[in-house]
Design a protein around this ligand. Sequence first.
Ligand SMILES: Cc1cc2nc3c(=O)[nH]c(=O)nc-3n(C[C@H](O)[C@H](O)[C@H](O)COP(=O)(O)O)c2cc1C
Ligand code: SF4
Length: 480
Amino acid sequence: MPQEYRLILKYADQPGYTPDMECYLRHGGYEALRKGLSLPPKTLPDGKTLTGAEQIRDEVMKSGLRGRGGAGFSCGLKWSFVDRKSGKPIYLICNADESEPGTFKDKQIIHKDPHQMIEGMILACYANDVHLAYIYIRGEFIAGAKLFEQALREARAKNFLGKNVLGQGYDLEIYVHRGAGAYICGEETGLIESLEGKRAYPRIKPPYFPAVLGLYLCPTIVNNVETLCAVKHIVGLGGVEYAKLGTPNNTGTRIVSISGHVKKPGYYEVEVGKVTIGELINDPAFGGGLRDGRKLKALIPGGSSAKVFKAGEKFKLKRKGPDGKDVEKEFDMLDLPYDFDSLIAAGSMSGSGALIVLDDSTDIVKALANISEFYAHESCGQCTPCREGSLWMAKALHRLAHGEGRKSDADYLIKIADNIPGGRTICAFGEACSWPVQSFVGKFKDEFVAKGAADEERRAAKSGAPSQAAELTSAAGTSH
Ligand SMILES: Cc1cc2nc3c(=O)[nH]c(=O)nc-3n(C[C@H](O)[C@H](O)[C@H](O)COP(=O)(O)O)c2cc1C
Ligand code: SF4
């Protein structure tokens, strides 16, 4: 029986569990911090000695932790890229923007267990020689920002922050910075610009890789809320123990937000790769199945920018055979393990860990029109393909969704979407706005074409003139 595995959300929903320091301490809070900050130097078999901070970095590398913010990049590797020789200060930023539609997992941590994130963040700062760090929280999370402010005050009062933390000779300050409510502020370089007090225009990489040229052009680490919580557990358990959770290369737990047409929308923490998409949708421990009498039509597996899956789709994925060699195995979409690698191999991604379930009552044209309107609104406008393309796609979809479509709109949409990604834009938003269009129109093309054709017919009948679609059909008929 598939089940939740609550590591990060272990206490969050227990009756009487509150977000204050006293409650957190009663539940073993800040023990991992005490452990991490008092690690004595360790000599390795090759004679090399690791400081406490280096040991934490080593444990994070061994844990296999991958970022929970969207890209699923190795946390240990990201930390290893930090320029430690520049002589400049190193900064750490917690990305609490949580702006990907369909995602509501960081919010649970922020509201119910802010000290857990702060403990993980202090450990990440200590491990990376950071003395000044920021929590960048989205503007709409007003209560969350207040909870973080309160938690930071409590942490300062207990000397988990400030000068000479826990008497270990380490100084750290963390500040909360509220965003003004824009999706692009979640993109790490846009976030950094915004934190510097400017408009959140993403920076071009290279040269502006945060690990080298981040905040105030100093080396900077940007990590998601959930990723930083995992750091606390890695220090507590040890990297190797943490890596036993989940599956190889997809270690640990992650919190999945399930929304849309299921009986039990909500957030569920699972071992990565130990449950399938079908279980997340249908099992009573998770989504609890579709609404009565409904069938699955589509699924967006990783927040609104992830490519959609169509019900019944099949994928060929490489798996290890009994002899350890790679063999190709066919998976129905519902049988895909919910992990980073399987979803990438199936042509989409687990992104921010947000499943959006669409049943057969969904008007797929309207669903995409809704998504595209969001992206057109949120493009920062720096790059022409993204600024213009996202708007053109939204306009074409708006007319299709409102009875003004054309039969040719499906091809028109694909043409625009294909010309935005692939190194033509400064940031990954270009991909994020194209993928939904490429996949929705690519996989449900008949619905888009039928809608456009019906709209043309209706307009033609009203005006008395033959529609473009009717003209084309009759032309095709005469040529045969
Ligand atoms: C358009 C866009 C929006 C993003 N929004 C978020 C967000 O709201 N929260 C987040 O943690 N990461 C977001 N990311 C990913 C961040 O750029 C960055 O990769 C992440 O914060 C790194 O943390 P991690 O390695 O712990 O996942 C976004 C990326 C893009 C391209
Ligand atoms: S891809 Fe879009 S959001 Fe990103 S920098 Fe360019 S215009 Fe802005």
